[in-house]
Design a binder for this molecule. Structure first.
Ligand SMILES: [Zn+2]
Ligand SMILES: [Zn+2]
Ligand SMILES: [Zn+2]
Length: 357
């Protein structure tokens, strides 16, 4: 069953968002709209009141990777089949790659492994060729980033073959695909956001590991892959077992636990950050990102998530420093503005300067 939902853009025509033809379709609340802010770019707002607790969005990952320290023994590995993404708990039924690429690749069942064959074949030779050397030379962070890129390209490949004429050899796998590459194309992420050194380092990674070729036949120019890294770095989510955000007072927060995956969500990525978010977000058991209203949200209000664990960075300075380093912006949310020390120009002494305004 395939379901079509509409994501409305203010004063424009609706964008058609095709949900995936899998067990449960994605969900976008009918009052959730996308608009554009001259400074912040794309953002979510609500067109009418949305009550506390309402589910605003359920978005499927376009690419997701497990993030665990000891893949062989970990119970936190997720099934590599993107239609599943369930925890692949370490027991007799967990299957590894027959081609022995990396231990992080696992399936929860034979069915998941079989139906994921076409997609995994795309990444398997790349993983086999480069994974251990990237891990050794560049570390886990860069490896994870590059693997997400490869999985984005794998999903794009499946999506392309899905719209190709039916071919009996590939049709069974293609039928279960997959959400829009167009959504990935629309993600923000400019190379201007990062330092020259950072961009140069990514350019070298693209040249060394991600060029179009027999090991990774994506057919895209290297500049597009570099842009894809910029987009991924600006938009990917860490997945944690507990929610990010709060429904009660921030002082009573519980941390969100240890990261077990990283993912790119084409629609959830539209949400901007606030240190007093009105949305809580948490992945469900299928790896989908779920947004819920953490309080009543009034018509016209922007809907924001928190980009970090609010229990970890509490004072203004640490919040802004973290956001500046990791997300390249200075937070101007209402909490940060409220917490700003009073500037000298705001004192009574300075008031006469305001005369004449
Ligand atoms: Zn599975
Ligand atoms: Zn493999
Ligand atoms: Zn803030």
């Amino acid at each position: 069953m395939s379901e079509v939902v509409y994501l409305t853009i203010e004063s424009s025509t609706p964008i058609r968002v095709d949900a995936i033809s899998q067990a449960q379709p994605d969900w976008i609340h009918p009052h959730l709209i996308q608009s554009a802010d001259p400074v912040k770019g794309r953002q979510f707002r609500v067109s009418s009141l949305v009550p506390k607790g309402a589910c605003l969005l359920v978005d499927r990952p376009y690419a997701i990777i497990p993030v665990v320290d000891e893949p062989q023994s970990s119970d936190n590995l997720i099934c590599s089949n993107p239609a599943c993404n369930n925890r692949a708990v370490k027991h007799a039924e967990r299957l590894s790659c027959p081609n022995v690429c990396i231990p992080d690749v696992a399936w929860c069942s034979r069915t998941c492994q079989d139906t994921d064959k076409l997609r995994h074949d795309f990444e398997c030779s790349w993983l086999k060729r480069y994974a251990s050397s990237i891990r050794a030379k560049r570390g886990e962070y860069d490896f994870g980033m590059l693997w997400v890129i490869v999985r984005l390209l794998a999903t794009r490949r499946i999506e392309m073959c899905d719209s190709a004429p039916i071919n009996s050899a590939i049709a069974p796998n293609c039928q279960q695909s997959i959400y829009g590459w167009q959504g990935i194309e629309a993600l923000c992420g400019s190379s201007d956001t990062w330092s020259h050194d950072q961009v140069r380092s990514w350019t070298l990674l693209v040249k060394k590991y991600l060029q179009n070729g027999p090991v990774l036949p994506h057919g895209l120019p290297s500049e597009r892959i570099l842009h894809l890294i910029c987009q991924e770095e600006a938009n990917s989510f860490g997945l944690y077992p507990r929610e990010t955000g709060f429904t009660s007072r921030p002082e009573s927060l519980v941390d969100r636990g240890e990261q077990f995956a990283a993912s790119v969500y084409p629609t959830a990525a539209i949400a901007n950050h606030s240190c007093v978010p009105n949305i809580i977000h948490k992945p469900d058991e299928l790896g989908r990102m779920v947004f819920r209203a953490s309080r009543d949200i009034l018509a016209g209000e922007e809907c924001c998530i928190s980009y970090f664990d609010l229990t970890r960075f509490t004072d203004l300075e640490s919040r802004r420093e973290h956001l500046r380093k990791s997300f390249k912006f200075v937070c101007q949310c209402e909490r940060c503005i409220f917490d700003e020390p009073v500037k000298e120009t705001d004192t009574w002494d300075a008031m006469p300067l305001m005369d004449g305004f």
